[in-house]
Design a protein around this ligand. Structure first.
Ligand code: SF4
Length: 356
C-alpha cells in the first residue's frame, strides 16, 4: 500500500473541482486568476454550520448588494442581519459586519494575507484563518473541518472516537499539506470529503486516494470516524407572550446582546430555564389566553420548548419593545425561533383577531 501523497488528489482536483461561485478554477486552468479574499472570507463565514447548496444564493445576494468589503462595512447592521436571516447563528452576521469594518478601518480595505494576521480579525477563528490564508493567498496552511477529519480518519485508520481524535487528525492533515499549491490541495480534500469520501457509503472505487487508504484496505470505511455517544441535550422551557394592540400591531423586542440569539428580535419570552413546568413571567397584566401546543426549537447544546400565551394589550401599557404590524415583520431580521412563534400564534388566532 502507498503512503498518502498529495499528487493524486491534486490531479483529480484539476479534472473534477467543483464549480462554486466564490472559487477560481484549479491552477492548471485558471490562467493567473486569483481568488478574491473578500469572496473567500464571505463564503467561509457563511459555510460554517451551513451547506454549500444553502450558501450559494446568500453569497450571490450579498455580493450583488455589497460587491466590496467597503460596501459591506458601510451597510447598517440591521440590513446585514436581515439579509442573513435563514443562515442562522446571527452572532456570525454581527461578526461579519464587525470584521468588514475592521478590514476597512484598520487595514485600508485589504485583508491580511497570513493566518496570524487573519486571526486578529473579529469572528475569524483558526479554521477560517487557515482557509482564507490557503485558498486566497496560497499560504501553507491547513483548515480542518468535519469533511477533512473524516477523510484523515479513514486514510490513516484513526480509531479514537470524535471529538477526542481531533488533535491527532489535525496533525495528520497538516503533515500531508504540500508546499506547492496548498490552496488547491486544501480545496481538493474539501471536495473529496464532500463528494466521494462522504459520511455514508463513500465511493472508494473512484477515489484518487484509494491506493493509500488504510480504511479501504481493511474494510473499515463504514465505521470511521468513530463517535462517542452524544449526551442528551437539556430541555429549557419558557413562555412567550403574543401581545396584540387594538390596531393589530404585535409587540416584539430585541434580546440582550449576549447569549443565545443575542440582539435578535423575539416575541417577548420569560427566562429560558431548565424546569419541569412552564413558569409564567408575563411582562404586563392582561387576560392571557394559553394557545394549544408548543413551539419547539433545537440549539446546538439545548432544546427549547415555548408555550405561547396571547392577549390584547393597551398600546400605552409599560411592556418593553416595539409595536410592529404583522405585515411588516418581513422588514426585520427575525430568527427562525421567532418565526416559529409567529407562525404558531397566527395559526391559532389569526391577525389582530380578538380572543376570548
Ligand atoms: Fe475515503 Fe474510500 Fe477514498 Fe478511503 S478510499 S479516502 S474511505 S473514499
Amino acid at each position: 500500500m502507498n503512503s498518502p501523497d498529495p499528487a493524486p488528489i491534486l490531479d483529480w482536483y484539476d479534472r473534477h473541482a467543483r464549480r462554486l461561485p466564490w472559487r477560481v478554477p484549479p491552477a492548471r486552468s485558471r490562467k493567473g486568476e486569483r481568488a478574491d479574499p473578500y469572496h473567500v472570507w464571505l463564503s467561509e463565514v457563511m459555510l460554517q454550520q451551513t451547506t454549500v447548496a444553502a450558501v450559494g444564493p446568500y453569497f450571490q445576494k450579498f455580493l450583488a448588494r455589497w460587491p466590496r468589503v467597503q460596501d459591506l462595512a458601510s451597510a447598517g447592521l440591521d440590513e446585514v442581519l436581515t439579509a442573513w436571516a435563514g443562515l442562522g447563528y446571527y452572532a456570525r452576521a454581527r461578526n461579519l459586519h464587525k470584521c468588514a469594518n475592521a478590514v476597512v478601518g484598520e487595514y485600508g480595505g485589504v485583508f491580511p494575507d497570513t493566518e496570524y494576521g487573519l486571526r486578529a480579525l473579529p469572528g475569524i477563528g483558526p479554521y477560517t484563518a487557515a482557509a482564507i490564508a490557503s485558498i486566497a493567498f496560497d499560504r501553507h496552511a491547513t483548515p480542518v473541518d468535519g469533511n477533512i477529519e473524516r477523510v484523515m480518519s479513514r486514510l490513516y485508520v484513526v480509531e479514537t472516537p470524535m471529538p477526542a481524535a481531533k488533535p491527532a487528525l489535525r496533525e495528520l492533515a497538516a503533515g500531508l499539506t504540500p508546499s506547492a499549491r496548498p490552496g488547491d490541495y486544501v480545496q481538493a480534500v474539501m471536495d473529496l470529503g464532500a463528494t466521494i469520501c462522504t459520511p455514508r457509503s463513500p465511493r472508494c472505487v473512484i477515489c484518487p486516494w484509494q491506493g493509500a487508504c488504510k480504511a479501504f484496505a481493511t474494510g473499515m470505511t463504514d465505521v470511521l470516524p468513530r463517535r462517542a455517544p452524544k449526551p442528551e441535550r437539556p430541555v429549557r422551557r419558557a413562555v412567550a407572550y403574543w401581545m396584540v394592540r387594538g390596531d393589530g400591531a404585535v409587540l416584539l423586542r430585541r434580546r440582550p446582546e449576549t447569549g443565545l440569539l443575542g440582539g435578535m428580535m423575539e416575541v417577548p419570552s420569560g427566562p429560558w430555564e431548565e424546569v419541569e413546568m412552564f413558569r409564567d413571567a408575563a411582562p404586563v397584566k392582561a387576560d392571557w389566553v394559553e394557545l394549544p401546543g408548543l413551539v419547539e426549537h433545537g440549539f446546538t447544546h439545548l432544546r427549547l420548548e415555548l408555550k405561547v400565551m396571547a392577549a390584547r394589550i393597551d398600546g400605552r401599557s409599560k411592556a418593553d419593545g416595539v409595536w410592529i404590524p404583522v405585515e411588516k415583520f418581513g422588514d426585520h431580521a427575525l430568527p427562525t425561533l421567532t418565526r416559529k412563534v409567529v407562525r404558531h400564534a397566527l395559526s391559532h388566532i389569526g391577525k389582530g383577531e380578538a380572543f376570548s
